[in-house]
Design a protein around this ligand. Structure first.
Ligand SMILES: Nc1nc2c(c(=O)[nH]1)N[C@H]1C(S)=C(S)[C@@H](COP(=O)(O)O)O[C@H]1N2
Ligand SMILES: [Mo]
Length: 431
């Protein structure tokens, strides 16, 4: 391992073990002098979308196996955070066993007895409901939707300067077919009373939380006037099977197009509120600058010049899955370049590919359309004409005309990364 790499790893490791709150800058003081190998080493890490990005497509933790799960990349074990390895994104649907996992609190449900479990719809309603799983499944019309679940902090490890929080690579996302009942149907049955403003969601998990006061329950809310309320599903099935425990068994919220922070797992209480929810998870965590792309500087933050608002819709993104740079490609051989794209704002309509780092772009072929909130696969054939290094790039555009930018962003939460992705590969002589 190069000296620079070992430095990177130790700093990444520290960011992981420190958890939230600690300022990344103070890390320099924690690193003994002998570890500060060269002036080069204390320069910012490279942009992870650059030519050396290959080892860092995903994060670099150990592979671990949890119940109902394949080996996944571990970011932290308390709370459990697992990242999906790159090759699972070759298909539009992410297998349940490979689906990434993110919890905030360490007391998570390991078993739920469906004979005791009830889903409550309460608060400012005409009639409180307490529904068993069989009532939920039989008394309400089932609906299915394919939707991308992406953590707000997906790709956080790309931020410069680094920000605290799980140092995700690109694998804190997944796409699944969710089946369940409409949130609207449940609310209509309970009867939302006038004077209601938001609806709050609570799961079964508990714990200390990052701030003792009020953060021991993970509470998230949506505004009743948000159009997404009409599309939100209380899902009891994922890809045709019960949800894995770690992904929210027995039911979870599916909020199409919005970041996964709103997708409450092990959902048990749905509460109609008369006041805006100002709990820790709405007003402190998961807030972004109210600026274009959520971009700001630490200086503007420190000087109190930035209005922070709750995070919402996922910006357009696309990824190269193969080739992944792990092997040489023979010159003149046709290569199928494959990947996925999605946007929370609308259908992906164009995915463009570049083999010269993003100067010249060609359109790729899009795979089957599973609805506007799904991953859309893309592929293209490319015949490298000469040996050497190439930088592949991919860029998606959605039906609202949003196109991926090539500029980095920065915000203190490490949210909303959607810069154009690049992959370096080597083409070698075929004879
Ligand atoms: N009950 C509960 N639901 C939750 C969370 C949580 O900590 N507790 N985390 C949210 C966040 S921030 C993410 S990224 C997603 C992760 O979903 P997954 O673990 O199924 O991939 O769950 C969301 N729902
Ligand atoms: Mo998240």
């Amino acid at each position: 391992m190069s000296e620079e790499k070992s430095w990177i790893m130790s700093r990444r490791f520290l960011l992981k073990v420190m958890g939230g709150g600690a300022a990344w800058l103070s890390l320099n003081k924690l690193i003994p002098a002998w570890a500060q190998v060269s002036s080069q080493a204390i320069e910012p890490l490279p942009s992870f979308t650059g030519p050396d990005a290959n080892p860092y497509w995903g994060s670099e933790g150990p592979f671990v196996i949890h119940p109902q799960k394949l080996p996944l990349i571990q970011l932290t074990d308390r709370p459990i955070q697992l990242e999906t390895p790159r090759h699972y994104f070759l298909t539009p649907f992410t297998p349940n066993a490979a689906f990434y996992v993110r919890w905030h609190l360490d007391e998570i449900p390991n078993a739920v007895s469906l004979s005791d479990w009830r889903l409550f719809i309460e608060g400012n309603v005409e009639k409180t409901l307490a529904l068993s799983m069989s009532e939920l499944m039989s008394q309400f019309k089932p609906v299915s939707i394919t939707a991308v679940n992406q953590c707000s902090g997906n790709s956080r490890s790309r931020f410069q300067p680094r920000v605290p929080g799980g140092q995700w690579g690109n694998g804190a996302m997944g796409n699944a077919l969710f089946t369940g009942v409409r949130l609207k149907d449940l609310m209509n049955t309970a009867g939302v009373k006038t004077g209601s403003s938001q609806v709050q969601f609570e799961g079964l998990d508990r714990g200390r939380g990052p701030e003792s006061k009020g953060s021991h329950i993970y509470l998230k809310s949506l505004g009743l006037s948000d159009p997404v309320i009409g599309e939100t599903v209380v899902a009891y099935e994922m890809n045709g099977e019960p949800l894995p425990m770690l992904n929210g068994f027995p039911v979870r919220l599916v909020v199409p197009g919005k970041f996964a922070t709103y997708w409450t797992k092990a959902l048990t209480w749905i509460r109609v509120l008369t006041e805006p929810d100002t709990n820790y998870w709405m007003s402190k965590a998961y807030c972004i600058p109210n600026t274009p792309r959520g971009n700001t500087t630490s200086r503007d933050i420190n000087e109190g010049r930035v209005e922070m608002i709750p995070i919402g819709t996922m910006p357009v993104r696309s990824f190269i899955i193969t080739p992944d740079g792990s092997g040489k490609i023979p010159e003149e051989m046709a290569v199928t370049v494959r990947g996925i794209a999605f946007s929370g704002f609308g259908r992906v309509v164009v995915v463009e590919f570049s083999w010269d780092g993003g100067k010249y772009w060609t359109k790729t072929e899009l795979g089957k359309d599973y609805g506007q909130y799904s991953f859309r696969t893309w592929e293209t054939t490319w015949i490298p004409k000469r040996t050497g290094k190439y930088v592949l790039a991919v860029r998606a555009t959605d039906e609202k005309g949003n196109i991926q930018p090539d500029e980095v962003i920065w915000n203190p939460g490490g949210y909303l990364w959607n810069k154009i992705e690049r992959q370096e590969i080597t083409v070698g002589a075929a004879k």
